[in-house]
Design a protein around this ligand. Structure first.
Ligand SMILES: NC(=O)c1ccc[n+]([C@@H]2O[C@H](COP(=O)([O-])OP(=O)(O)OC[C@H]3O[C@@H](n4cnc5c(N)ncnc54)[C@H](O)[C@@H]3O)[C@@H](O)[C@H]2O)c1
Ligand SMILES: O=C(O)CC[C@@H](O)C(=O)O
Length: 528
């Protein structure tokens, strides 16, 4: 099988070596396609690698009938319609760590260039003006740098700014003040940071919540003469409000690496002498470009090899050793889900996945995804995968519960699935026995001991003498050998179940013949 990968933005040549070296991967590089040409081409690709230029829109993804993975060589995924990718089961991976230094260094370069008006003075000198009075700057020492968004880049900027003897004051609603304190960084509310800072730099992702986070109201709160830096994403700062704040002299200077619409050739902000700018160069270093490309290429290789991807954006990431530890339980979750969904035909309302015992201290959301994927596939088909399973369940109004307990019952670990449908409930439990492998240990309240593999016949019947014998004879007539049999009942003469493992796949007409036997209430043949 060959996987076709399209690279649609310029990537570092050496960085794509992991893709070029892979025998099952074919790479095409087309970095000058219009969006229409990309739409026309995308259908034949299994993977797409982009930087920030290519817009991976819903419309593009609708034409991407074979696409399984989008790799973003960088951090920001605001050029990718994540919901559309998730709905179509396309995994999105990025390279979140590889350009942090470069972006932080670029931010510091911008702060220093801004404070000393270096680009303006250079421009004047290039134009033959020896002008020393118009380019008087301010020192950074003892000035307060307000950092909005104290993630990877914000933190690196904070450390560098402290090196410049600046006071750092940060705002990040998702970071505990204790963590900031440990970093030796003062922490406050957005309002406090806006009111106190001499320089303000933003380092959040661009999302609904951060669009125009720095708007007219925010500028009104700032100190007169404040200087603004945006090396994160255009749109975090409202460009119109920034323009007004510069014209009114509230803002003394702004350094912009990013813009609301890119690329730009003319921009009203660039007409202002207070504004210095670069064309989205934060990550444009040899090191960052090589490393983001290597990271994302390796993840594409991992994905097609069936290995753990390190930087998934639309599914939670689990470390490789955790995934290895969970491997047997993931297979168990799949087998239990398959069995349960075959026993319960009606529309699903709720799925719950409960982990008990040794598993309870592990990150187990992976089981939930595997289980929900397995169950939904029966109704929705093979396009359901671990990326879109929870999304599709939610869209269909299916409630998902996930629980952990340290209660061990009789087993050191136990995985239990409950399914609530329009007409009832089903429940199944399984365990991994030390040295013996997987076992199903309970089905709908009946104790069993079944190795979850091969051909299984599940029979729900009334407990009466002779049922087992007649069933055995019927199977013998069709030369079907019973490998193992488990029987359990609620009480004498009451409801009972039989679980047979047989040596070959059973034909549907034999299932119908079993079903026709008087005492048999239900028969299901399932291949695990
Ligand atoms: N200019 C460039 O070339 C370049 C290069 C790399 C990254 N970036 C951009 O830099 C930004 C930061 O990247 P990162 O790697 O540090 O990301 P990150 O995820 O490590 O950090 C983002 C931080 O923003 C915080 N945040 C989220 N919402 C917030 C809000 N409303 N107010 C304040 N903080 C909020 C998060 O809690 C997080 O700590 C991203 O937008 C990324 O796309 C730009
Ligand atoms: O592709 C680029 O160079 C920009 C990358 C940067 O904006 C990012 O979010 O990683």
């Amino acid at each position: 099988m060959t996987y076709n990968i399209l690279i649609s933005d310029p990537l570092h040549k050496e960085g794509i070596t992991p893709l070029l070296n892979h025998k099952d991967i074919h790479v095409d590089i087309h970095t000058d396609l219009t969006s229409e040409q990309l739409v026309a081409k995308i259908g034949s690709y299994d993977g797409l690698l982009v930087r920030s230029q290519t817009q991976v829109t819903k419309e593009l993804l609708e034409h991407a009938r074979n696409l399984k993975i989008v790799g973003r060589a960088g951090v920001g995924v605001d050029n990718i319609d994540l919901d559309a990718a998730t709905e179509r089961g396309i995994i999105v991976v990025n390279a979140p760590n590889a350009n942090t230094n470069s972006a932080a260094e670029h931010t510091m370069a911008m702060i220093m260039a801004l404070s000393r008006k270096i680009p303006q003075a250079y421009f004047a000198l290039k134009n033959h003006q020896w002008d020393r009075k118009n380019y008087v700057g301010v020192e950074l020492k003892n000035k307060t740098l307000g950092i909005i968004g104290l993630g990877r880049i914000g933190t690196e900027v904070a450390y560098r700014a402290k090196g410049q003897r600046m006071k750092v004051f940060a705002y990040d609603p998702f970071l505990s003040p204790e963590k900031a304190e440990k970093m030796g960084i003062a922490f406050g509310t957005l309002e406090e940071v806006l009111k106190t800072s001499d320089f303000i730099t933003v380092h959040t992702p661009l999302m609904k919540e951060t669009k125009h986070l720095i708007n007219e109201e925010a500028f009104n709160l700032m100190k007169p003469g404040v200087q603004i830096v945006n090396c994160a994403r255009g749109g975090i700062i409202d460009e119109e409000a920034l323009y007004k704040a510069i014209i009114s002299k509230k803002v003394a200077g702004a350094a912009l690496d990013v813009f609301e619409k890119e690329p730009i050739h003319h921009h009203v902000l660039l007409e202002l002498p207070e504004v210095i700018a670069t064309p989205h160069l934060g990550a444009s270093t040899v090191e960052a470009q090589k490393n983001v490309t290597i990271d994302v290429s390796e993840d594409v290789v991992n994905f097609f090899a069936g290995d753990v991807v390190r930087n998934p954006v639309n599914i939670p990431s689990l470390p490789l050793d955790t995934m290895n530890k969970l491997a047997h339980h993931l297979t168990l979750a799949e087998k239990l889900g398959t069995l349960l969904i075959h026993l319960t035909e009606e529309a699903i309302e709720e799925i719950s996945v409960i982990f008990a015992g040794d598993l309870s201290d592990m990150e187990v959301s992976a089981f939930t995804r595997r289980t929900v994927r397995t169950i939904l596939r029966r109704h929705l088909g093979p396009h359901v995968n671990e990326v879109n399973a929870l999304y599709l369940a939610k869209k269909r109004g299916i409630i998902i519960h996930q629980g952990k307990t340290s209660e061990k019952n009789d087993f050191t670990n136990l995985l239990t699935l409950h399914l609530k449908t329009t007409s009832g409930t089903g429940c199944i439990s399984g365990t991994i026995l030390n040295g013996l492998g997987a076992r199903i240990v309970e089905i709908n309240g009946y104790r069993v001991d079944i190795i979850p593999e091969g051909h299984i016949v599940f029979i729900h019947h009334t407990d009466q003498p002779g049922v087992i014998g007649r069933l055995g004879s019927l199977l013998a007539e069709y030369n079907i050998n019973i490998a193992t049999m488990q029987v359990d009942r609620s009480d004498v003469g009451g409801d009972a179940i039989m679980v047979l493992k047989i040596d070959r796949k059973i034909d549907i007409h034999v299932v119908h013949e079993i079903q026709a036997m008087m005492e048999i209430n239900d028969v299901k043949a399932i291949d695990l």
